[in-house]
Design a protein around this ligand. Structure first.
Ligand code: FMN
Length: 211
């Protein structure tokens, strides 16, 4: 770059001392984020479904995804008990029902029943897939880590990592065999109480790595 950096005024803060703003900007900055819409089963076979936007992919081969549960929620308990979970792609047409599935209900109440979504049997794990979702990953848990702060003190947050052992993609989303992210209807979580983003062809730009 040949132009000098722009003159800026920064709002700077140390999170442990507070952000000094009307809303914590952290989520809005690290965003928009993909949503881990996670189905699990309890040790006794009760089915659970919940969204986790502290979610991402962490490895290519083998594919590994992870999500963080702030507090030890039913989903983590189920993964710890069974070693399995399923990730379901949340799309714009499923946004409202995905949101409903975050309701805090007792473990014996299935969010499939609550939302009217259809459980579809998985091929390699016991938790069902969401039949309405066009892409699903069947996962086996590889690590469950309790997070800790820089002071070494444990945080009440649990990072669940799992290897994707089976993938199901609606063939309508494969254009000449290439997954069509721009037209799959992905939704992403922004900050604040209600911000979401859609992804479409208008957001696509291409840039190749330097040789
Ligand atoms: C879009 C969205 C993203 C969410 N992301 C998270 C998250 O990353 N971590 C978390 O602990 N809770 C998150 N929640 C809240 C959980 O979905 C909610 O606590 C849910 O009841 C947990 O269900 P469970 O106890 O069945 O696992 C999110 C909710 C929504 C709607």
């Amino acid at each position: 770059m040949t132009t000098p950096p722009p003159a800026r005024t920064f709002h700077s803060y140390e999170p442990r001392q507070g952000h000094g703003l009307p809303h914590d900007p952290f989520n809005a900055i690290v965003g928009p984020r993909p949503i881990g819409w996670i189905s699990t089963q309890s040790a006794t076979g009760a089915t659970n479904l919940a969204p986790y936007s502290f979610f991402n992919a962490f490895n290519y081969v083998p594919p590994i995804v992870g999500f963080a549960s702030i507090g030890y929620k039913d989903t983590v308990r189920n993964v710890q008990a069974t070693g399995e979970f399923v990730w379901n792609l949340a799309t714009r047409d499923l946004a409202e029902v995905m949101n409903q599935s975050c309701a805090a209900v007792p473990p014996e109440v299935s969010e499939f029943d609550l939302t009217g979504l259809t459980p579809l049997p998985s091929t390699r794990v016991r938790p069902p897939r969401v039949a309405e979702s066009p892409v699903t990953f069947e996962c086996r848990s590889t690590q469950i880590l309790q997070l800790q702060g820089v002071d070494g003190a444990p945080v009440d947050t649990w990072l669940v990592l799992g290897e994707v052992v089976a993938v199901h993609i609606d063939t309508a989303l494969l254009k000449d065999g290439v997954y069509d992210t721009a037209n799959a209807g992905h939704i992403l979580r922004g900050g604040g109480p209600a911000d979401y983003f859609t992804v479409g062809p208008e957001q696509l730009f291409r840039m190749y790595r330097p040789r």
